[in-house]
Ligand binder design. Structure first.
Ligand SMILES: [Ca+2]
Length: 510
């Protein structure tokens, strides 16, 4: 894509005029030339892409600080503008966990993006880069609503406007195409943009989006509530063994024994059949026996939270999904325990969720969450949705404005919301495609295959009208399989029994 490189102005605050942003007051603008920047950004770090080797890039590094007058906030936006070899496009990088961007992962994504020629950018939404919302409570009983609003939505549209404006100031032309790239928090941000600010980006990648935040951040506390009320605290090895047995039992249901379950909802495995089974527990170096408590707990977590009338409050995780993790920051519905050297274990709430419950729902950091009853849980879930759904959740199925402006959305996982959009109108695949990878963890990792071409598939769709019929995914950290083709939901990856599955032969989307 050609642009007149002679029109590029010097990388200096003097030559880049201060931007105008409605509702904001610009506090500062810095611009520094950085030359010969090189870095290898590894596989999985640049969301929805493969690895990128950045070689001797010259960029203009622009930082903007601004405030929304009256809100006492200070938002930082940073942009990397390739001095030469700009590809004419802008790519905004989303956040993860409690961070909206500009953290180490987002910065790695921005650096990888300049290696591909993009003008890249990200925002901290005024939150800084702590991985916990230290800003959440102004005083006991009083939440920081303005910063929550920044996180939820406001800073995202600001980023698009500032980014396009800075690109125009620096290159003398606005970006030909503007893209959002995110997973998890970044996926939620992408869906917020599509729903509330449809003009902000031409194309959006929103993988593993946290769609129903207000429900999810209480709902995923369910295993913790169950463990405490059942007084059952299984070791990680016990939960891993149960999950592994479930995968083994249901693996072949999809026609191929490959360690992956294509249709977890169809897995009828009963964990209580394992009670009394001896397993080797590597974390303590001896054998343990699978308990009735751990089996019942597993079944209850898979079923999802139940209310006082035994009705479902919130859909559970797919059956046979892993309920144990050594990575406490991974999020999701897992039964996390911490065990002392004398062998006793206690339930550990997920670090991602506890600040939400304490600061935003209860507004009191002194509450002992281990004392919560099932009734408390039900009330908390209702309170969270009631107060915050309209602020944070991205479950509005009406994407008609984004569709009408020619926008395209691609991502993997996040299928329940896709069903809701489908109900509003036909031909959803004309602008929105989501893919499912059996066994793939949250954004990256796990046993499933990772689709590193997700972003480029979206870009081709926007620019050439080439809709992605499949995504090409690669298994990471395992030698048993190499690659697997992913299908756009609701089509399912089906193995016809012919061909070498390890070479991705014999699969079709049906
Ligand atoms: Ca299988």
């Amino acid at each position: 894509m050609a642009f007149n490189s002679a029109a590029v102005v010097a990388c200096s605050p003097l030559s880049i005029p201060s931007p105008v942003l409605f509702g904001a007051e610009i506090l500062s603008l810095e611009a520094n030339q950085v030359n010969d920047f090189s870095r290898t950004v590894g596989f999985g770090l640049y969301a929805n892409h493969g690895a990128v080797d950045v070689q001797a890039a010259n960029i203009c590094n622009v930082s903007i600080a601004y405030t929304h007058p009256g809100q006492n906030d200070k938002v930082k936006v940073q942009m990397f503008l390739p001095t030469k070899d700009w590809n004419g496009r802008m790519q905004a990088i989303g956040g993860n966990g409690w961070q909206t961007g500009l953290n180490l992962v987002a910065l790695a994504g921005m650096e990888a993006a300049i290696g591909e020629g993009y003008a890249s950018l990200s925002t901290d939404s005024g939150l800084g880069t702590s991985d916990s919302p230290t800003w959440g409570l102004l005083s006991p009983g009083n939440t920081n609503r303005y910063l929550l609003q920044n996180l939820a939505s406001t800073s995202l549209n600001d980023l698009s406007i500032l980014g396009k404006d800075r690109v125009n100031s620096y290159y003398g032309t606005p970006p030909v195409f503007s893209y959002w790239n995110g997973c998890s928090q970044g996926g939620r941000q992408g869906m917020m943009l599509a729903q509330r600010f449809p003009e902000a980006f031409d194309g959006i990648v929103a993988s593993a989006p946290a769609i129903n935040w207000s429900e999810l951040f209480v709902g995923d506390l369910w295993p913790y509530i169950l463990m405490n009320t059942m007084k059952t605290f299984p070791r990680p090895c016990e939960m891993q063994a149960i999950t592994q047995a479930a995968v083994t039992a249901c693996d072949g249901n999809d026609g191929l024994v490959d360690g992956l379950i294509t249709e977890p909802d169809d897995c009828a495995f009963d964990p209580t059949t394992l009670v009394g089974t001896t397993i080797q527990c590597t974390e303590i170096g001896r054998n343990v026996t699978i308990s009735m408590g751990a089996s019942i707990l597993t079944q209850a977590i898979w079923e999802g939270p139940m209310g006082s009338s035994n009705s479902s409050l919130f859909p559970g995780p797919k059956k046979c999904t892993t309920l144990s993790s050594t990575d406490a920051t991974s999020g999701g519905t897992i039964a996390l325990t911490t065990c002392s050297s004398n062998g006793t274990c206690v339930a550990a709430p997920l670090p991602l969720l506890t600040p939400w419950v304490r600061k935003f729902v209860l507004k009191d950091e002194s509450v002992d969450l281990s004392k919560l009853t099932r009734g408390d849980f039900e009330r908390l879930l209702h309170a969270s949705v009631n107060e915050y759904s309209s602020v944070l959740d991205t479950n509005d199925p009406d994407l008609s404005a984004f569709r009408a402006r020619g926008g395209k959305i691609v991502g993997y996982h996040g299928l329940r919301y896709f069903n809701n959009v489908t109900e509003l109108g036909p031909n959803i695949h004309d602008f929105y495609r989501m893919f499912f990878s059996p066994g793939l963890g949250h954004c990256f990792g796990g046993n499933g295959a990772y689709p590193a071409d997700t972003f480029d598939a979206m870009r081709s769709w926007v620019e050439n009208g080439t809709a992605p019929d499949v995504l090409n995914a690669t298994f990471v950290g395992t030698t048993r399989l190499v690659k697997r083709t992913l299908c756009p939901y609701p089509l399912k990856q089906t193995y016809d029994g012919v061909g070498n599955a390890t070479e991705d032969e014999g699969f079709s989307c049906k």
